[in-house]
Design a protein around this ligand. Structure first.
Ligand SMILES: NC(=O)c1ccc[n+]([C@@H]2O[C@H](COP(=O)([O-])OP(=O)(O)OC[C@H]3O[C@@H](n4cnc5c(N)ncnc54)[C@H](OP(=O)(O)O)[C@@H]3O)[C@@H](O)[C@H]2O)c1
Length: 276
């Protein structure tokens, strides 16, 4: 297996080029999946307070025997905990669940524009970073307007915006905004969330041309666009497959062919989705 590369963040730290998603695993399943994945070579793990599996994720990290410093752990503040003081308390809850002294990346899970607390939440995240409890801070499901507002009102840009991204939702415009601001795009739902994406004829043809699986072709597409995919699998074979795609290169024509299917969003719309 080729070694996993990494990306430089705008705060000087680095993030591995691919990670393990953990939704919707419960604590026991997350412990198994995370311990197994770290054993295979994964070094980025994505969880959230709202997944209800931070405890299992933390156990999996401890069980893996991999040095804490070598694992990049991401978790997220949920909608019901937005606001300055509540975010600080929510972080303590997450940290306790994970059993860790610090978190590598802390994200605002959804912007919830109607609630209008994401700027105050962001100020708490800045404080957590200053205190060293969080190494990097970022957001999830933020639009270009939300990012502009954070920059305008706090002067601090997120290191990462974790957004729904896959060949049916390639996010060209938001990726261009990220590139201009030095924000790394993380892709959630990178394999199409169990829908029929991996049976798309264009994707299957590209995969066959390289002797790889459709999942590997799609993950390669993410990487060549500069995004960090966090595919979820609890199956050791598919976990291995989802890490082993750094040994081939797609052509410009193949990158286009992968996105030749219809446009489709599999998750919530960031302007209206409310999740607490
Ligand atoms: N920030 C947010 O709002 C947000 C929202 C959704 C998700 N996320 C994060 O993003 C992660 C990934 O997104 P997701 O889980 O929704 O979607 P996904 O990773 O695109 O898809 C996961 C599904 O694909 C299957 N799968 C995995 N690898 C495969 C392969 N190589 N070939 C065929 N099928 C494969 C998995 O089944 P098996 O387990 O059986 O392999 C699972 O059913 C989540 O786990 C979570 O950590 C974040």
């Amino acid at each position: 297996m080729t070694e996993t590369p990494s990306h430089k963040l705008n705060d000087g730290r680095t993030v591995p080029a691919v990670g393990l998603g953990t939704w919707p695993l419960d604590d026991d399943a997350a412990e198994e999946a995370v311990a197994g994945a770290l054993g295979l070579g994964y070094r980025l793990v994505d969880t959230a307070l709202n997944y209800g599996n931070e405890t299992g994720t933390g156990r999996g990290i401890a069980r893996s025997g991999v040095d804490r410093e070598d694992v990049f752990v991401t978790t997220k503040v949920p909608g019901r905990h937005q606001g300055y003081e509540k975010t600080l308390a929510s972080f303590e809850e997450s940290r306790r669940n994970l059993g860790l002294s610090y978190v590598d990346l802390y994200l605002i899970h959804w912007p919830l524009p109607r609630v209008d607390l994401y700027v105050d939440t962001w100020k708490a995240m800045i404080r957590l970073r200053e205190e060293g409890l969080v190494r990097s801070i970022g957001v999830s499901n933020f639009t270009a307007d939300h990012l502009d507002r954070l920059e305008r009102e706090t002067g601090v840009l997120p290191a990462v915006n974790q957004i729904e991204m896959h060949p049916r939702l390639p996010q060209e415009e938001l990726r261009a905004v990220h590139a201009a601001k030095g924000i790394i795009t993380e892709s959630w739902g990178p394999l199409g969330r169990g829908h029929d994406l991996l049976a798309d004829p264009g994707i299957v043809a590209v995969a066959e041309a390289h002797g790889v699986t459709p999942g590997q072709a799609v993950l390669r597409w993410h990487t060549q666009l500069g995004a960090v995919p966090i595919p979820k699998s609890a199956d050791p074979g598919r976990q291995r497959e989802n890490l082993d795609y750094f040994g081939f290169e797609l052509t410009a024509g193949e990158l286009e062919r992968i996105t030749s299917g219809p446009r489709q969003r599999f998750g919530g719309d960031p302007e209206t989705h409310e999740e607490f």
